[in-house]
Design a binder for this molecule. Structure first.
Ligand code: C2E
Ligand code: MG
Ligand code: MG
Length: 691
């Protein structure tokens, strides 16, 4: 029943009994070897050496007893079977021995020889099975811990059950216990990814291969790993655990990233190269299309770069390219892509433009940055560049057409002479020029005193008295004459110039109103239009307070006009600012009402005094029934909320009659008066006093 010769340790003082055991063994096992132990040193040595398959011991032994032998054997060789073969034992001895893991207990008597044979067979069989199991386990453990791949077992919930040496090392843990406190999810940098993996695994019949994830090591470092895992079921199909292999691919990822960077960037400047530029452009086009925005591609070519290269050498040329790259990087925003396409050619993607003309501003900014010289080694170089501009969607819908057209535009810029930009679409050049010229002129308009205010009276519909004035800004351009606020306010908003301009309007209007009051004219409310940007300014409310104090105008004679859209876009700050204004005693009115999408519930929560029905609803009443209905609805709704209603753009007697009939509070419009210069507005106030 055993492999090779059977080795037996025999502990017995009696030579006859020893001979008996030998006989029994010889009968059953053709090849056996008995080591007879007759003293304590012999036992110690045998135990130290090992290599026996079975121990047969007497109970009563001169130099010890069978229980002590049993314990000594089991302590050193727990899997070795021990049989007690004795004539002198008792029941107590037998029980104590069985508790100490004795395999069998046989009374020495001729009748029991058969039983000894059976006991030996059973004990050896059991030991053999155990040994096979143990050895398999050892072999498995050796393999488990020896492979250079991380291996693990977890519960289906992710609790770690087992991990091999390679995995412990990979994750930086000393021993399994330190790792076992974790759920796999704790180790994952993106646990949701693991969740997806598990779902996928279950869908695929319990297996996945090559799932890439990031794990957090014990020391906090992040590593990239590739995981293959499977679900292990028992024979009844119940899930026992999950197991898998993990490979550290951090090095590989880094190498890949380096290769990717090399393939997508320009060596000299570190900027994205043509390959990457095209990818970014494709992506930007998709985004612009989705959001309905304009996108510009700028192509810059350094003027006379060839001369530098030819006369000063390539080293200087390269240095110059690097400096230009640096300057472009500084000029552009984070979201713009600056790349070097070839030689001295740079391309820029400017996504998300509000107006196509803004691309010209960007180009101008780049050209302006060339105003400073470039210092390369001992040379100070004065350079300029030519820029072509192509727009999506106007000039092309694909990267290829945009690149082709921007190239054409750049050549047109070159033809213009140095330091110029050109749009691909010729019409854009004029438009951009006009806008930029306007923008430049606007920059000086304040200091050159080119702004003035006109005032349009608001009339009480019941009494016919002038109860208010709206200040409307005018720009008297030295060459172009009067320019409508509709034309320049948006530019002022875009460039931030609206803040000083708006402040000027506010101060001038307050000053004017105070002056009229000081002259003894009937006091009226002065309405001033605000822009979204002013409302967003955190210190706006202080500016207002300061101006009121400076001019001495009482807050109740000031009304600030905001549009619905402005309120909706800045809901959070708007509420705070509006409440502060209300607390100061300033009136607030909603301009152009009906054109936005304010919710009534929202308006109700705001301290609003006046709604101004937009001109578009007034112009066709009473003939247009829809408009008439809307106007009536606005009036009654506002009155229900305790809000005053002013109709804008009243031009005819019919419109006025309709508004009177439906209890609108006041009107403003050409029917009564156009916006007037200050002196004429004052005269109107005088006559209203007389009337
Ligand atoms: P708004 O605040 O709705 O001003 C009313 C506009 O309607 C004024 O145009 C006024 O001249 C015009 N209007 C008044 N009555 C009639 C009428 O019976 N018929 C017609 N067809 N039009 C009439 P304006 O002065 O050109 O101003 C246009 C817009 O520019 C203003 O609309 C306002 O939104 C803005 N604005 C004017 N001044 C300022 C200012 O100082 N600051 C800011 N942020 N915006 C201003
Ligand atoms: Mg207004
Ligand atoms: Mg209006």
């Amino acid at each position: 029943m055993t492999i090779g010769p059977l080795h037996v340790l025999l502990v017995d003082d009696n030579p006859d009994d020893r001979a008996l055991v030998r006989r029994v063994l010889g009968h059953e096992y053709p090849d056996f070897h008995v080591r007879e132990i007759t003293g304590a040193p012999g036992l110690d040595q045998a135990l130290a050496e090992g290599g026996f398959d079975l121990v047969i011991t007497d109970y009563q032994i001169r130099w010890t007893d069978g229980l002590a032998v049993l314990r000594a054997v089991k302590k050193r060789w727990p899997h070795c079977p021990v049989i007690m073969f004795t004539a002198t034992g008792s029941e107590e001895v037998a029980v104590a021995a069985m508790k100490a893991d004795l395999d069998d207990y046989i009374i020495k008597s001729p009748d029991h020889i058969d039983r000894l044979v059976v006991a030996i067979n059973v004990a050896l069989n059991k030991a053999l099975q155990q040994r096979a199991l143990l050895e398999a386990e050892l072999r498995y453990r050796g393999l488990f811990d020896g492979v250079p791949v991380g291996l693990y077992q977890t519960t289906p919930e992710g609790q770690i059950l087992d991990a091999n040496q390679a995995l412990l090392q990979m994750l930086g843990y000393q021993d399994l216990d330190a790792l076992r406190v974790h759920n796999v999810l704790n180790l994952c940098v993106h646990p949701e990814g693991l969740q997806r993996l598990q779902d996928k695994m279950l869908r695929q019949g319990g297996k996945t291969n090559g799932f890439v994830a990031q794990l957090r090591r014990h020391d906090g470092d992040i590593i990239w790993v590739e995981v293959s895992s499977r679900v292990v079921n028992d024979v009844t199909g119940r899930v026992l655990y999950h197991e898998g292999a993990i490979q550290d691919i951090t090095e590989r990822r880094h190498a890949e990233a380096r290769i990717h960077h090399l393939a997508h960037h320009d060596d000299l400047t570190g900027l994205p190269n043509r390959v990457m530029f095209k990818q970014r452009l494709e992506h930007a086009i998709v985004e612009a299309e989705r959001r309905g925005r304009v996108l510009a591609v700028l192509l810059l070519d350094i003027d006379r770069f060839k001369t530098i290269n030819d006369t000063l050498g390539h080293g200087v040329g390269d240095g110059l390219i690097q400096l230009v790259a640096e300057r472009l990087r500084i000029c552009m925003r984070e979201v713009d892509t600056v790349s070097r396409l070839a030689g001295d050619e740079f391309a820029v993607i400017v996504p998300d433009l509000a107006h196509a003309e803004d691309a010209a501003r960007v180009a101008q900014k780049i050209l302006d940055s060339f105003a400073y010289s470039f210092r390369v080694g001992e040379y100070e170089l004065f350079m300029s560049a030519s820029i072509g501009i192509a727009l999506f969607p106007l000039d092309g819908a694909t990267p290829e057409t945009l690149l082709k057209n921007v190239d054409t535009a750049m050549y047109h810029a070159k033809e213009q002479g140095r330091s110029a930009y050109q749009f691909y679409a010729a019409a854009m050049n004029a438009k951009a020029f006009e806008r930029l010229a306007l923008e430049n002129a606007l920059r000086h308009a304040l200091e050159r005193n080119e702004f003035l205010l006109h005032y349009q009276p608001q009339v009480d519909l019941e009494s016919g008295n002038v109860i208010g004035m709206e200040a409307l800004i005018r720009w008297r351009h030295p060459e172009l004459g009067m320019i409508s606020p509709l034309q320049f306010i948006p530019i002022a908003e875009d460039t931030g110039m609206i803040s000083p301009i708006g402040e000027w309007v506010l101060r001038t209007a307050c000053l004017q109103n105070k002056e009229w009051q000081d002259q003894g004219l009937p006091p009226v409310r002065m309405a001033v239009n605000l822009s979204a940007r002013q409302l967003r300014q955190s210190n706006f409310i202080y500016t207002v307070a300061q101006i009121l104090q400076e001019t001495g105008l009482e807050p109740r004679y000031l009304e600030l006009e905001l549009t619905e859209t402005m309120l909706m876009q800045n809901a959070e700050t708007a509420i705070t600012t509006l409440n502060a204004m209300d607390a100061m005693g300033i009136d607030i009115s909603i301009d152009d009402f009906g054109t936005g999408y304010s919710s009534l519930g929202y308006l109700k929560r705001l301290p609003i005094n006046t709604l101004k029905i937009d001109r578009s609803f007034v112009s066709d009443i009473p003939a247009d029934h829809d408009d008439a209905a809307i106007a009536m609805a606005i009036i009654s709704m506002a009155h229900n909320l305790g809000i005053r209603v002013v109709a804008e753009g009243v031009e005819t007697a019919e419109q006025r009659a309709f508004l009177v009939e439906h209890h609108c509070d006041a009107m403003q419009g050409y029917y009564f008066s156009r916006p007037l210069p200050a002196d004429e507005a004052a005269r109107l106030l005088v006559s209203s006093l007389a009337g």
